[in-house]
Write a protein that binds this ligand. Structure first.
Ligand code: CUA
Length: 334
């Protein structure tokens, strides 16, 4: 397998249809893809070959010829089912393994954001720096890119990284990749999204880690990090009026909420993740917690997806209020 993987890229690099392998998942994706192509070719040749051969070999020679129906070969029949079954299962297991690796970002992945909008991409770096269409990232760093759309369906596609992910309006999608070489790679929108769909893309520049740090400093805009921008919004939208450090009559506290399980008025429980927080901002009456009146206004149309991401990032970072003992001690001490 290793020799195959090493041989293929050098051979295919001269084919214009075969992009460079520039991410950790690329070799595995290519190996799987090429194995499927090879398998399809082998079976196509076998089936077409057998059809032609048997057609000629057993053609009707005289008028009134009829085939003999007493042919019985259970072993052949069994094999003709068992072999494809084993091959299909092996490809299924292999494909699932690659799929899971592609879908599951590593724990230590750095979080970036991308927003699709007719017809441009807006990126946000962990420090808050924004880029339009072109993206600059560090090499050898796993990156978890949360994708959101401001309008219609788009798709984030970097052929050299072998990743493509639809960006569905109304929800978050995630793609992750780790660039293995520095350089410049094309990025495309891979879902038809209107007149200028074909122009919706850019260049992904992969830099050495130090170069990336220097580049970030050079870009130098002291933009607020998503969490800081979220905190500002939280205040300016007056979220803090109802969502304080402690639960109040008006609304539950959001401190320590992320990742926990909450019970809903409907009786079901739900894990608080990015999706739930997003929904609660845009469509607050959808999943109300028991004991609270459905008072919260919707913020749909008032905040962009980018602002929602900032709010969600801020809320994720709100830690649980101090334990009661500490609170009491404080009161006693004060
Ligand atoms: Cu966005 Cu096509």
């Amino acid at each position: 397998m290793e020799t195959l993987r090493q041989f293929l890229p050098s051979f295919f690099q001269h084919l214009p249809l075969y992009p460079e392998q520039a991410s950790t998942v690329a070799p595995a994706v290519d190996a799987l893809y090429l194995a499927w192509v090879a398998l399809s070719l082998i079976f196509s040749v076998l089936i077409v070959g057998a059809t032609v051969y048997l057609g000629v070999r057993y053609r009707r020679r005289r008028v009134g010829d009829a085939g003999e129906a007493d042919f019985e070969a259970p072993a052949v029949e069994l094999l003709s089912m068992a072999v494809p079954f084993v091959i299909a299962m092996a490809m299924f297991v292999w494909g699932t393994k690659v799929y899971i690796d592609l879908r599951r970002p590593p724990e230590d992945a750095v979080e970036y954001f991308a927003f699709g909008k007719q017809w441009m991409w807006k990126y946000q770096h962990p420090n808050g720096l924004r880029q339009i269409n072109d993206l600059t990232i560090p090499v050898d760093t796993p990156i978890k890119m949360t994708l959101a759309s401001e309008d219609v369906l788009h798709a984030f596609f970097v052929p050299a990284f072998r990743v493509k992910q639809d960006v569905v309006p109304g929800r978050y999608n995630v793609v992750w990749f780790e660039a293995t070489k520095t350089g410049q790679f094309r990025m495309f929108c891979a879902e038809y999204c209107g007149t200028d769909h074909s122009k919706m893309g850019g260049i992904v520049t992969v830099l050495e880690k130090e170069e990336y740090e220097a580049w970030l400093r050079g870009e130098g805009q002291p933009t607020a990090s998503p969490a800081a921008a979220g905190e500002d919004l939280f205040t300016s939208l007056a979220c803090s009026t109802c969502h304080g450090v402690e639960d109040s009559e008006r609304g539950p506290s959001l401190h320590g909420l992320f990742g926990s399980e909450v019970r809903l008025a409907s009786g079901t429980t739900i894990e608080v993740d990015e999706r739930y927080l997003r929904e609660s901002i845009l469509n607050p009456l959808q999943k109300v917690r028991p004991g609270y009146l459905p008072l919260m206004p919707t913020y749909a149309g008032q905040v962009t997806e980018e602002q929602v991401v900032s709010l969600v990032t801020y809320i994720k970072g709100l830690t649980a209020p101090p334990a009661p003992e500490a609170g009491l001690a404080e009161v006693a001490g004060g």
